[in-house]
Design a protein around this ligand. Structure first.
Ligand SMILES: NC(=O)c1ccc[n+]([C@@H]2O[C@H](COP(=O)([O-])OP(=O)(O)OC[C@H]3O[C@@H](n4cnc5c(N)ncnc54)[C@H](O)[C@@H]3O)[C@@H](O)[C@H]2O)c1
Length: 471
C-alpha cells in the first residue's frame, strides 16, 4: 500500500518505520527540515541523534528503499494520486491553563491536505483513501476533520481514528508487537482499508484488533491515558505519601503487598517525583476540559492533574522543610533530564522545573547530566556560567551540595558506591528511589536523604560538609 505520514515526531517517525517494515511504500512529510534531513539520512547514529528510540535507526536504515522523508509538499501532492491512507501525527498540546487542546497544528495540516486532496487525480478524486487521526484528539474530532474536508470539496475519502498507544523508549518494540490496535471507522469500506494497512496485526493471534467507531476510539485513548496517569498519581500521592508519613514503612515492602494482587497489578507502581512526558498531563487536561465544557463533573480528573503538580513541589520543598537546606549560593547536581529512562524526550520533564526552581533560588552552579537528552535540554537551557552540562553522573557530583536524581536511568543505581567512596556528603534527593537498596549504608556514612516514598532519612553521623566531592 501507499501510506503518507504527516508529522515526523515520535509517533509519525516510529509508525512510519513500522509501516515500511510491513512492506508499505511510505512517505513522511514534516515542516521541520532539520528533523527530516536527519531522519532521512540513512545513518543510524544521525537518526538517533534526532529521535532516540531503540530500534528506530535500524528500521529506517533497513527499509530506506521503501520510506522517504520530505519537506516538499509537491511530493505529497504527487503521492496522493495513489495514496491509500494518510496518518495525521501532529502535535495536540494544551492551550495555557485551560486544558483545551491546541488543534492549530492539526487544523493547519488538515487544511493543506484537504486543498491537495481536492486536486488529486487531476481533480477527479477517483482514488479512495482514508484520513487517519493518529494524534490524540478530542472525542468529536472526527466531525471537525470531516468539516475541513467538506469545506474544501474533498470527496471519496473516509475519516478514521486510530489512536497511538506507543510507550516512549519502547516505541518500536511496542509498535512491532502491539497489545492492541484500535481502529475507529463508520463504514466497512474504511475498516477494509485499515485491515489491509494492519494486515500483519489483523491476522496475528497475539494482537487484540479492536474495531469501534471513531469517537469511541478517540475517547478510549483519552480514558486509557487517564487511567494510567491516575495510577501513577495513586502511587506517589497516596501510597508513596503514606510511606513518607510513617517510619518503618518501606515503600518497596508495601509495593510488594499491593502488586502481588493481580487486580492492582505492577504497572506504574514505582514512586517518582512527577509523571512527565508529552501525553498524560495534556490528555488529562483535555479530558477534563471536554467534560466540563459539556457541564459534567471532572473533579477526579482535575485532582489527578493537581496531585501530579504537587508531587514535584512537595519533593523540592522537602529540602528546606526536612533538612533545613538553603539553596541560595549552592551547587546542585541534577542527574537525568529526560522525563524517563530510555528516551531523549524532555517534554514535561521534572528536571526542567528543578532547574527553574534552582535559578529562582539563586543557586551558584547547576551541573546537569543525562546519557541521552543533553542536546534537547541545551536547546531549552543553553550552557552559561551558572549552568553546565557534564559527561558523566560522577562528573556532575564534583562540588555538589545537593544531588537530585530526577530520571530513572538504571546506571544511577550504582552511585551509592561512588558516594560511599568519596569524602563529601551532599544532601541526596532521590526522586526515583534509585538508591533505595543502599539508604541504610548511606545514612550510616553521614548522608542525609530525601527520597520520594520515605520520611526524611537523617545522617546517622555528622558529615564533614566542607570537603568537596572528588571525581
Ligand atoms: N509521544 C508519544 O508517546 C505519544 C503517544 C501516543 C500518542 N501521541 C500523540 O500523537 C501526536 C503526536 O505526538 P508526537 O509525540 O509525535 O509529537 P511531536 O511533537 O514529537 O511531533 C509532531 C511533529 O509534527 C510536525 N508538524 C507540526 N506542524 C506540522 C504541519 N503543519 N505539517 C507537517 N508536520 C507538522 C512537527 O514539526 C513535529 O515534528 C500527539 O497528539 C500526541 O498526543 C504521542
Amino acid at each position: 500500500m501507499n501510506i503518507l505520514y504527516i508529522g515526523a515526531g515520535f509517533v509519525g517517525a516510529c509508525s512510519a518505520a513500522v509501516s515500511a517494515n510491513s512492506g508499505h511504500r511510505t512517505l513522511v512529510f514534516d515542516i521541520d527540515k532539520n528533523k527530516i534531513d536527519r531522519l532521512g539520512s540513512g545513518d543510524r547514529d544521525t537518526v538517533e541523534s534526532c529521535l532516540f528510540e531503540d530500534g528506530l535507526g535500524d528500521l529506517l536504515v533497513r527499509h530506506k528503499e521503501l520510506i522517504r522523508f520530505t519537506t516538499d509538499y509537491k511530493e505529497v501532492e504527487e503521492f496522493l494520486d495513489t495514496c491509500d491512507a494518510v496518518f495525521m501525527c501532529l502535535p495536540t498540546p494544551e492551550i495555557g491553563e485551560t486544558g483545551e487542546s491546541d488543534l492549530s497544528f492539526y487544523v493547519k495540516a488538515a487544511e493543506q491536505l484537504a486543498a491537495a486532496l481536492g486536486k488529486r487525480n487531476n481533480g477527479t478524486q477517483e482514488k479512495y483513501l482514508v484520513i487517519v487521526n493518529k494524534s490524540t484528539v478530542p472525542v468529536n474530532m472526527v466531525d471537525r476533520t470531516q468539516e475541513i474536508l467538506d469545506a474544501h470539496g474533498v470527496e471519496n475519502v473516509g475519516v478514521v481514528s486510530n489512536p497511538e498507544f506507543l510507550v516512549e523508549g519502547k516505541a518500536i518494540q511496542g509498535s512491532l508487537k502491539p497489545d492492541r490496535v484500535v481502529v475507529g471507522a463508520y463504514t466497512e469500506k474504511d475498516f477494509l482499508v485499515m485491515r489491509a494497512v494492519y494486515q500483519r496485526f489483523y491476522d496475528s493471534p497475539s494482537v487484540e484488533y479492536i474495531e469501534v467507531n471513531p469517537k469511541e476510539a478517540a475517547a478510549g485513548k483519552l480514558l486509557a491515558n487517564f487511567a494510567l496517569f491516575n495510577k501513577l498519581a495513586l502511587c506517589f500521592d497516596v501510597i508513596g505519601r503514606t510511606c513518607e508519613a510513617f517510619t518503618d514503612v518501606q515503600f518497596e515492602a508495601v509495593r510488594k503487598i499491593l502488586t502481588t494482587d493481580p487486580r492492582i497489578g505492577n504497572w506504574g507502581m514505582y514512586d517518582s517525583l512527577y509523571a512527565g512526558g508529552s501525553c498524560f498531563i495534556k490528555d488529562a487536561r483535555s479530558l477534563s476540559h471536554q467534560l466540563q465544557t459539556i457541564g459534567m463533573d471532572a473533579t477526579l480528573v482535575s485532582e489527578t492533574y493537581l496531585a501530579n503538580k504537587r508531587q514535584l513541589e512537595t519533593f523540592i520543598g522537602r529540602a528546606k522543610k526536612d533538612a533545613g537546606f538553603d539553596w541560595a549560593g549552592k551547587t546542585v547536581a541534577i542527574l537525568g533530564v529526560a522525563f524517563k529512562r530510555d528516551t531523549n524526550d524532555i517534554r514535561n520533564s521534572p528536571a526542567i522545573d528543578v532547574v527553574n526552581f534552582c535559578m529562582e533560588q539563586g543557586v551558584r552552579h547547576i551541573h546537569l547530566f543525562d546519557p541521552a537528552a543533553k542536546p534537547m535540554m541545551q536547546n531549552l537551557f543553553p550552557e552559561n556560567q551558572q549552568l553546565r552540562y557534564v559527561d558523566s553522573e560522577v562528573a556532575a557530583l564534583v562540588g555538589a551540595d545537593v544531588v537530585v536524581v530526577a530520571t530513572d536511568w538504571p546506571q544511577f543505581r550504582g552511585l551509592a558506591d561512588v558516594f560511599l567512596a568519596g569524602k563529601a556528603h551532599p544532601l541526596l534527593m532521590d526522586g526515583r528511589r534509585m538508591l533505595q537498596h543502599r539508604y541504610g549504608d548511606l545514612q550510616k556514612s553521614g548522608f542525609s536523604i530525601i527520597a520520594v516514598g520515605s520520611p526524611f532519612l537523617k545522617a546517622a553521623k555528622a558529615a564533614k560538609a566542607s570537603e568537596a566531592f572528588e571525581a
